[in-house]
Design a protein. Structure first.
Length: 222
């Protein structure tokens, strides 16, 4: 499939019915392999091809390496592949990636995820952070039609941070310093979902200041 045709396919996913979505999910839920993982990576890259170093769209083919197509940027003159600049770059055992990704979706423990993917416990811990980092910023850029939105408050967590300032460490659960909904104690998350079940979220700086309107662009909340 050509890159232009694939972009058109991606744009039409939001118009699928629930039955069609289930059929597509079932087709994608087959037994994974290294070749399948590479094919999915190449397809994702073809949807928005750009240099992994400088984000330039001016590049040419540059052979193959480790099963992936290589490219050379005409602007920064560096070579790259579909994984360059992503959290999955230089991560080994691609044959186990799909199994591990499905384990994350099923929300199993690190040990069970390691058993499914046939990797060690230490590798499972590293992979979880790599995979979650890769998915963290992957969200729909737009919702359409009738949209439902709500806010949720999540108590700020500095677990594992070596830069904790302004307060002493607290025990599991903890309590906020102030009563109410202070932005200094909470992350304010706006969650939106349309009738096609496209869901996205954004962290708000506060309840009253200027925020980002996903329909009309930057502005103030109504």
């Amino acid at each position: 499939m050509k890159a232009q045709d694939f972009r058109g396919f991606i744009e039409q996913l939001g118009d699928l019915t629930e039955v069609q979505r289930s059929a597509l999910a079932a087709a994608l839920a087959g037994k994974g392999s290294g070749n399948e993982a590479i094919a999915l990576i190449e397809m994702q890259f073809s949807a928005a091809p750009a240099c992994g170093h400088c984000k330039s769209e001016r590049f040419g083919s540059w052979g193959h390496a480790s099963g992936l197509r290589g490219y050379r940027c005409r602007d920064c003159h560096r070579t790259f592949n579909a994984l360059t600049g992503t959290p999955l770059a230089q991560l080994h055992r691609r044959d186990a990636w799909l199994d591990y990704a499905r384990a994350l979706v099923d929300r199993v423990s690190l040990r069970k995820a390691a058993e499914r993917a046939n990797i060690g416990l230490e590798a499972s811990f590293r992979w979880r952070h790599r995979f979650l980092k890769a998915a963290r910023d992957k969200r729909p850029s737009i919702v359409t039609g009738i949209v439902e939105a709500d806010e949720t408050l999540i108590l700020k967590s500095w677990k594992g941070s070596k830069r904790l300032v302004a307060r002493a460490p607290r025990k599991r659960g903890g309590q906020p310093k102030k009563l109410g909904t202070s932005p200094t104690d909470y992350d304010i998350v706006l969650i939106m979902r349309d009738r096609h079940k496209v869901t996205t979220d954004h962290i708000l700086p506060n309840f009253e200041g200027a925020t980002f309107d996903v329909v009309n662009g930057p502005g103030r909340r109504p």
